[in-house]
Design a protein around this ligand. Structure first.
Ligand SMILES: *Cc1c(COP(=O)(O)O)cnc(C)c1O
Ligand SMILES: [Zn+2]
Length: 450
């Protein structure tokens, strides 16, 4: 049998654990992550090899934990990195880019990336049922890709999620379990279920006949027992940013934080590209973005605190509403060591920022993207991000999933008959109302200047 170029390793004690559905070190109870044999990878990988492949995240396959011979069935990832000069004008950056995972396929958020990698491993570990605890986007991604790959899916969500995210899970035929509680309650329950449904230790035979799962291998919870594999999928955001900047690293990245995993994995991606000689070494500052109503990580950063104080989430940015972030500690480290910072914005600023990105660049993001844009604006105002630096904003989800937050922002126009005369009357009415509005605005601005 071919030996794998990757395996689980404890982030604290360094003990290696091979490849198995497990996320915690049994010796010291710290989280596990995937480590790679970079010397062997260095000999097989090059920019030319990567760019010769199809534009999806599998082009970085040597740097992902994929079982030997794995044949992906979906072209996930490789979303546009777009220059956003009009947004830059508005918020004070001359070299601003958006990494647009609002159009990630198949379910319009960056969670498609993590699920793609998790399910590759769920298959090789023998799971027939996959599951997750989710703030919404992960639910969509697991349900869709499970359908595509022939897994059964069990999805656990807080009961107050956006209707579009619930429907966008049910439509794929997944079992959706709504929990009266926050994401943190949902996640704790899933850890308990995952423990109950885990296969026994190899050779221990302890599961035997009292198996409670619906299949003999238990359930593959993508963000619980498969979490180390899942998390590696986030690195592809980092590889793509570097490749799309012409194999260069940016000066700054602004990343929305929920559990805090994505920001640490973009950093891991950049570090790996440097280690493998695929980009020139360069310091990159990592900036974390949260909603003020759920800001355990940004609060710790702003208070120069090493410990995360869990919070009870209260924000419209539900996809980021994790009060007790699993990777908060490592996110703090990544931000601190890079010389970056973190900020948070109010729900009002989230809505304004969604509108700002849409009106200036034609990109419709969900609440998490509003958090990112609003936070970037704040960081530029604070001179923590400078106008001539290359700055990438990670837009991680699509606005069509969270239209409820805009419900009060726009009035429904009164319909008119399909007649030219009606339209002309409509225009005349509009024109009559416009000058008055302009006059009022001009008056108040002169007053403000005076
Ligand atoms: C899950 C999610 C994030 C944050 O991911 P973490 O890795 O948990 O920090 C950001 N944006 C969106 C839209 C998400 O769904
Ligand atoms: Zn350990």
């Amino acid at each position: 049998m071919e030996t794998s170029t990757y395996q689980l390793r404890c982030r604290e004690c360094g003990k290696t654990w091979g490849n198995q559905p497990r996320s915690i070190c049994e010796d010291c109870f710290s989280p596990l992550e995937i480590t790679y044999d970079y010397d062997s990878i260095r000999q097989r990988i090059s920019r030319d090899l990567i760019t010769s492949r199809a534009p999806n995240l599998w082009r970085y396959r040597e740097l992902l934990p994929l079982p030997a011979g794995y044949l992906p069935s979906l072209p996930v990832g490789y979303t546009p990195l777009v220059s956003v000069p009009r947004l830059g004008d508005q918020i004070g950056s001359r070299r601003l880019f958006v990494k647009n995972d609002a159009v990630c396929l198949p379910t319009l958020s960056f969670k498609d990336r993590v699920v793609a990698v998790a399910l590759a491993n769920a298959r090789s570990f023998g799971f027939k049922t996959v599951a997750c605890s989710s703030t919404g986007n992960l639910a969509n991604a697991v349900a869709a890709q499970a359908a595509r790959e022939g897994f059964k899916a069990w999805i656990f969500i807080p009961s107050d999620l956006e209707p579009a995210k619930i429907l966008g899970t049910q439509v794929f035929g997944a079992e959706v379990v709504r929990i009266n509680g926050s994401y943190d309650h949902v996640n704790r329950l899933c850890s308990q279920i995952a423990d109950e449904h885990l296969p026994g230790e190899p050779g221990s035979g302890e599961r035997g006949s009292d198996e409670r799962g619906s299949d003999e291998h238990g359930w593959g919870f993508v963000n619980v027992n498969l979490r180390p594999y899942y998390a590696e999928g986030s690195k592809t955001v980092g590889y793509e940013i570097a490749e799309q900047l012409g194999w260069k690293l940016p000066d700054n990245v602004v990343v929305p934080m929920a559990g805090g995993s994505l920001i640490t994995k973009i950093k891991k991606a950049f570090d790996e590209l440097i280690l493998l000689g695929l980009v020139d070494p360069k310091p990159v500052k990592f900036f974390g973005a949260q909603a003020s109503g759920c800001s355990p990580i940004s609060t710790a950063v702003k208070q120069y605190c090493d410990e995360i104080e869990p919070q009870r989430p209260k924000t419209i940015a539900r996809s980021l509403a994790i009060g007790n972030p699993a990777d908060g500690h490592y996110a703090l480290q990544a931000i601190g060591k890079s010389g970056g910072w973190a900020e948070d914005v109010s729900d009002h600023e989230v809505v304004q920022s969604i509108q700002l990105l849409a009106e200036s660049e034609g990109i419709f993001t969900e609440t998490a993207g509003g958090v990112t844009v609003g936070t970037a604006r704040k960081l530029i105002h604070q001179d923590r991000i400078l106008p001539d630096e290359t700055t990438v904003l990670c837009i991680t989800g699509n606005g069509l999933k969270t239209t409820d937050v805009l419900a009060d922002a726009y009035e429904a126009e009164t319909p008119i008959a399909p007649k030219l005369a009606e339209f002309e009357a409509y225009l005349a009415a509009k024109a009559a109302s416009l000058p008055a509005a302009f006059v009022a605005a001009a008056d108040s601005s002169t007053a403000a200047v005076a």
